[in-house]
Design a protein around this ligand. Structure first.
Ligand code: ADP
Ligand code: MG
Length: 370
């Protein structure tokens, strides 16, 4: 059903009882390390998903989103969640997981709005899951901490929606803020907040390239990492360290390159944390560049269009470093830029990119309006 009007009251005929939100995220460094039990370093972006809710007595759950087809509303009943292959699955996933944990989820009305672009790699999905879980925590007075909120959101996306995702996105949506990077040990979910330097800002540019084979490529890489770990005799590649360099080099191709990426990328996350703590932006930029080369040459998840974006960002003055962010096979780049310069660099990068036919890049973070 199409939603008429814009406010919660216009949609549901009564005011919202409360509102919660959660941000999208970008991963600064540590790519394809999460399913190898390693480290990641995401941060929150300014864009957020917001969920307004009000409880109902009759067990109905009515959800309106303003983000799909200009506004639409779907209904289900508490306790009757079933996967439909639609955006509503993210909502049903949260209520199903809460019920599975013994929470008596009542009916409610909810209205979702979001400034996180859907499906652009900035994790609109986790921001929706976490915002809704926060709204229900507040509405029901649940004593659940933020790591638990991330676990619930992860279970909703992984087990109910059926997306084979790690825990980074939900941890970032639940625990990250814009002024700190969130170091996460994906094996234990131990985390630490590292302040971001005031002299730098982030630029995120979407290449507009979405690869049809992204999910197939992701599965292949995961399987290759498992085979490499088995060949090295370790439970996960996280357990191989740089001292295993020679043994990694003797693995059959392409497992040697795959393992080298994961092991060196994991080390780069910790080196990036050290650089952040030392306020060494030059070093942090070098690590961004090295991470990109490793994803391009060893893990082979970049594409020429994304390589061009990275190169043109790096060619600009006031850029410390740039890299592909996210799973790859297209997607976005993140650049570390001197504060105050992101809008100019973003414009230059978008213009240079448009010189090749059929290429249109979009600044997602760091543009004049964000
Ligand atoms: P990403 O998380 O990178 O944005 P995903 O494919 O993981 O991309 O998640 C996008 C999906 O999440 C959307 O197709 C939709 O089903 C759901 N979603 C995210 N935000 C919203 C929203 N505001 N309203 C409704 N559904 C949403
Ligand atoms: Mg997602």
């Amino acid at each position: 059903m199409t939603v008429q009007g814009n406010s919660f009251e216009a949609v549901f005929g009564r005011p919202a009882a409360l509102v919660a939100d959660a941000p999208g995220r970008v991963n600064l460094i540590g790519e394809h390390t999460d399913y190898n039990g390693g480290y990641v370093l995401p941060t929150a972006i300014p864009q957020k998903t917001r969920v307004e809710v009000a409880p109902r007595e009759d067990g109905l759950i009515r959800i309106a989103t303003m983000s799909v087809r200009g506004g639409t509303q779907l209904v289900y009943r508490a306790g009757e969640e079933s996967r439909r292959g639609l955006w509503l699955d993210y909502v049903q996933g949260v209520t199903a997981v809460l019920r599975g944990r013994g929470v008596a989820v009542p009916g409610f009305d909810a209205r979702i709005t979001s400034t996180v672009p859907l499906g652009s790699g900035l994790s609109s999905s986790a921001s929706l899951l976490v915002a809704l879980a926060r709204a229900l925590r507040a509405m029901l007075g649940l004593s659940i901490d933020d790591v638990e909120i991330a676990r619930i959101a992860h279970a909703a996306e992984h087990d109910f929606v059926g997306a084979p995702v790690g825990t980074m996105d939900q941890m970032a949506a639940s625990l990250a803020d814009e002024n700190t990077a969130l170091l996460i040990d994906t094996r234990t979910l131990a985390f630490e907040r590292i302040p971001l330097p005031a002299e730098a800002e982030l630029l995120i540019v979407n290449s507009g390239v979405t690869h049809q084979h992204a999910s197939g490529g992701y599965k292949t890489r995961r399987a290759e990492c498992e085979r490499a770990a088995a060949a090295l005799g370790v439970p996960q590649l996280r357990d191989a360290d740089e001292a295993a360099e020679q043994r990694i080099a003797s693995l059959p191709a392409p497992l040697d390159r795959r393992a080298r990426h994961v092991v060196t990328e994991n080390a780069r996350v910790l080196a990036a944390v050290a650089a952040l703590r030392a306020g060494d932006l030059g070093r942090l930029g070098e690590l961004f560049d090295a991470s990109h080369r490793s994803m391009r040459d060893d893990f082979e998840v970049s594409v020429p269009a994304v390589d061009d974006l990275v190169e043109s960002a790096r060619a600009q003055p006031d850029v410390f470093g740039a890299r592909l962010t996210g799973g790859g096979f297209g997607g976005s780049i993140v650049a570390l830029v001197k504060r105050g310069c992101a809008a100019r660099v973003g414009q230059a990068v978008v213009e240079a990119y448009a010189h090749a036919p059929n290429r249109r890049a979009t600044v997602l973070v760091g543009g004049p309006v964000s």
